[in-house]
Design a protein around this ligand. Structure first.
Ligand SMILES: [Zn+2]
Length: 381
């Protein structure tokens, strides 16, 4: 299935032809100078996690039409590349796949070809795109997983129609990404969006980044688990349900366990999530002061808590917003695409020909175009 951008489509937006199964609610971005998005054909998206590599064939509407997964084969880049090649061959059988997008935690350079740093994979300056394009003979794009997820939410999820969106993913830590007027905003060096390490509490909890008091030490799945374990260790009678859930093993209490109990109605777990939601809202108010987005989209594992998390976040956001009462406040909403967002966004971005959408490397040469490389024969066909 192919989608051509309609003549005169709004800048930065996408239109689907009449009669296709989804109405036009694309990522129109008013006032943007970005060109219409050309996302045609099928692409494969790959999400490399610490334990699993998930892959899916994504159509131009953001739907996954086939998927497969493998265990992450340790930290060796060559072994991970081999798994990616295997997944693409499996999913590509009998299908015309135009491109492959790969999302992973970490920092990618602005050409979307080299992994500068990846915490789960211990990769340092890995030129993963070159290796994979040789093996796969297709265009390959390498992205930060939060960037990919933000793109997916903006194109197909909660952020549709929002010109300025900030995605916050709450998992073990906090991931972040921004879409500004149709452009994935990645900063001067490609490493923007580390919102989780804004320092909210001087001399607060120690963070793996080397500092103390980072936002993600207060508003993440890990923070939720830590608070719950502390409560359980205090032998508080209010923590009885929590302790029963893990058969008395305090170390087994995680953010996921607390979220599950809270969704089942446990009042103490709801309180714990309420606290985390308030920290979330405080950090969002800081971000609003700096970035003034229209919508914050909240995703990640802890995002599953839904309104239990969003409501207190909204209250704290309103209470701490700079110049509150004299300015419009951003919307705070749950992500729509769940755990698939990274995969869908990586696939979608990989097939978009308008490279500057991936972020403009200010003051440096534009990323090389795939078609140019193909003309020079460097891909061997
Ligand atoms: Zn930190």
């Amino acid at each position: 299935m192919q989608v051509e951008p309609e003549e005169g489509a709004p800048a930065g937006g996408i239109r689907h032809p009449p009669g296709t199964r989804r109405p036009l609610r694309g990522a129109a971005s008013s006032g943007s100078k970005a060109r219409p998005i050309r996302a045609r054909g099928l692409a494969i998206g790959i999400d490399i996690g610490g334990t699993k590599v998930a892959a899916g064939v994504v159509d131009p509407y953001g739907s996954i039409i086939a998927s497969a997964r493998r265990e992450t084969p340790g930290q060796d880049p060559r072994a991970v590349e081999a798994v990616i090649v295997d997944l693409v061959r499996e999913l590509g059988r009998g299908r015309r796949i135009r491109s492959v997008g790969i999302g992973a935690a970490g920092w990618m350079d602005l050409t979307n070809g080299t992994v500068l740093f990846s915490p789960h994979l211990a990769w340092r300056n890995e030129p993963i795109r070159t290796n994979l394009e040789k093996a796969l003979r297709r265009r390959v794009t390498v992205l930060n997983d939060a960037d990919a997820a933000a793109w997916a939410e903006w194109r197909f999820g909660t952020g549709r129609g929002e010109p300025r969106l900030v995605l916050i993913t709450l998992g073990t830590g906090i991931g972040g990404a921004m879409i500004m007027d149709g452009v994935l905003e990645r900063g001067r060096h490609g490493v923007a969006g580390e919102f989780g390490h804004q320092i909210l509490v001087p001399n607060g909890h120690r963070c793996e980044c080397g500092n103390r008091g980072c936002w993600e030490q207060y508003a993440s799945g890990n923070a939720l688990g830590r608070e719950a374990r502390e409560l359980a260790r205090a032998n508080s009678p209010v923590a009885q349900t929590l302790l029963q859930e893990v058969d008395g093993d305090v170390d087994a209490i995680t953010g996921t366990v607390v979220t599950r109990l809270a969704l089942q109605g446990d009042p103490v777990c709801r309180e714990l999530i309420d606290d985390v939601g308030q920290w979330l809202g405080l950090g969002l108010a800081n971000l609003a002061a700096a970035l003034d987005p229209g919508t914050f989209v909240i995703g990640g594992g802890l995002g599953a808590a839904g309104q239990l998390l969003i409501d207190p976040a909204r209250r704290a956001f309103q209470r701490n917003l700079t110049g509150r009462g004299f300015r419009p406040a951003a919307n705070i909403a749950s992500a729509a695409l769940g755990a698939d967002a990274g995969l869908v966004g990586a696939a979608d971005l990989s097939r978009i020909r308008y490279r500057p959408l991936l972020g403009r490397p200010y003051g440096t040469a534009q990323p090389e175009r795939f078609s140019e490389r193909r003309r020079t024969g460097r891909l061997g066909g």
